[in-house]
Design a protein around this ligand. Structure first.
Ligand SMILES: Cc1cc2nc3c(=O)[nH]c(=O)nc-3n(C[C@H](O)[C@H](O)[C@H](O)COP(=O)(O)OP(=O)(O)OC[C@H]3O[C@@H](n4cnc5c(N)ncnc54)[C@H](O)[C@@H]3O)c2cc1C
Length: 347
């Protein structure tokens, strides 16, 4: 809050900062860390590391610098595919991990408000929801990262790929509610037993989404999705998407078992929220970054198989979302604070 977020994040069950305010908050956090002696390297990547006696010796940066250190927290996020590859090639132990894939759906926020509150009243703010379903074949389908009064955004991190995500500004005042509707995928669905096979599985879907949208976000009406037919025109729901979108057929992007699971789940969710299964519901693809498809293995002292190289947060497979990633970071820095007091403790 002292960095600029509103007070209600302290007591709301689902605290929300808002993308517009978050950019200020993050800047203030950076200034605070700098005032305490921290340094930020922008546009700089850790590209390599060296070891001595199974422990970390130094990290190498893309700007040519080498920093001697025997402790480095690898909080690299779930999209750092080049770094995953680099550390795998350097012998860091990693394993496959389940995650979830699917689509983002959009409904009029007013409909969600009516269903959740029983009536629509601006004073109550934009309503949220959380939905779960289990398919006959045992796969879970659930809503994720629900954004009341939000926008769908293109969150691709590689060329010629398309990834959708969602966000809301602090006022949550766009016309639509959006959320990811995703189904679990497990290592059995991946193309091989290679620890990074889940990344390849993700990348393939993201390339298909890019192709289906001709470089834009592919979108489809729910009825057309069920009929396996490309959408030709919008119905009564207009998408709230930041960036360009094109009509497509999401059956060409996602595996059949995912499409079937989502279709069944949407029917079931209608029982919870009236209008959820509306034929005009907008779907966009592909939701493929719900969490990391890989885990960097660490021991009870948070160490990878190179002592001092400490995997943390979502990319390392120990968190899913801002709060759990932050808590993982706090745990690790408490551990470091307790166990490494003087520079020589780091050896
Ligand atoms: C559009 C969008 C909306 C979201 N909304 C929400 C939300 O409402 N609620 C929620 O809980 N979560 C949300 N998330 C997810 C949330 O952002 C992540 O769960 C969280 O940021 C994970 O934190 P992290 O610290 O593990 O990794 P990240 O925040 O991904 O940070 C990893 C950092 O490491 C850097 N990095 C990677 N490799 C290297 C390297 N080799 N050298 C140096 N730096 C490197 C990356 O550039 C990045 O800055 C959203 C994500 C997106 C994209």
């Amino acid at each position: 809050m002292e960095n600029g977020a509103k007070e209600n994040i302290l007591y709301d069950a689902k605290p929300h900062v808002g993308t517009d305010i978050l950019s200020v908050v993050v800047k203030n956090m950076r200034k605070y860390i700098e005032s305490k002696g921290g340094t930020f390297y922008f546009d700089t990547e850790m590209t390599d590391f060296t070891t001595v006696n199974y422990g970390l010796q130094a990290v190498k940066l893309s700007n040519g610098e080498e920093i001697e250190t025997n402790i480095c927290v690898l909080a690299i996020g779930h999209s750092a595919r080049d770094t995953f590859e680099m550390i795998f090639n350097k012998g860091i132990n990693m394993e496959q991990k389940p995650f979830a894939i699917g689509v983002r759906v959009e409904h009029p926020q007013e409909k969600i408000n009516k269903s959740q509150y029983g009536f629509s009243d601006n004073r109550l703010g934009a309503a949220s929801y959380k939905l779960t379903y289990k398919t006959d074949n045992g796969r879970g389908v659930y809503s994720f990262c629900m954004c009341p009064g939000g926008f769908v955004v293109n969150a691709a991190s590689e060329k010629e790929t398309c990834v959708v995500n969602g966000m809301s500004y602090s006022k949550r005042d766009s016309r639509n509610a959006n959320s990811a509707i995703v189904t679990t995928v497990t290592p059995q669905d991946y193309p091989s037993k290679h620890p990074l096979a889940g990344v390849e599985f993700q990348r393939k879907l993201e390339r298909k989404a890019f192709a289906e949208g001709n470089g834009n976000i592919p979108i489809q009406r729910l009825e057309d999705f069920r009929n396996n037919k490309k959408t030709e025109a919008l119905g009564k729901i207009t998408p709230e998407i930041k960036g360009k979108y094109s009509f497509g057929n999401l059956n060409n992007v996602l595996p059949e078992y995912v499409c079937k699971s989502i279709s069944d789940a949407m029917e079931y969710f209608e029982r919870k929220i009236e209008g959820f299964n509306d034929n005009d519901t907008i779907m966009s693809a592909v939701e493929s970054r719900t969490s990391s498809p890989v885990r960097i293995i660490r021991d009870e002292n948070y160490q990878s198989n190179v002592r001092g190289l400490i995997p943390a947060g979502e990319g390392a497979g120990y968190a899913g979302g801002i709060t759990s990633a932050a808590i993982d970071g706090i745990k690790i820095f408490e551990f470091i604070g307790k166990n490494f007091h003087k520079p020589e403790d780091f050896c």
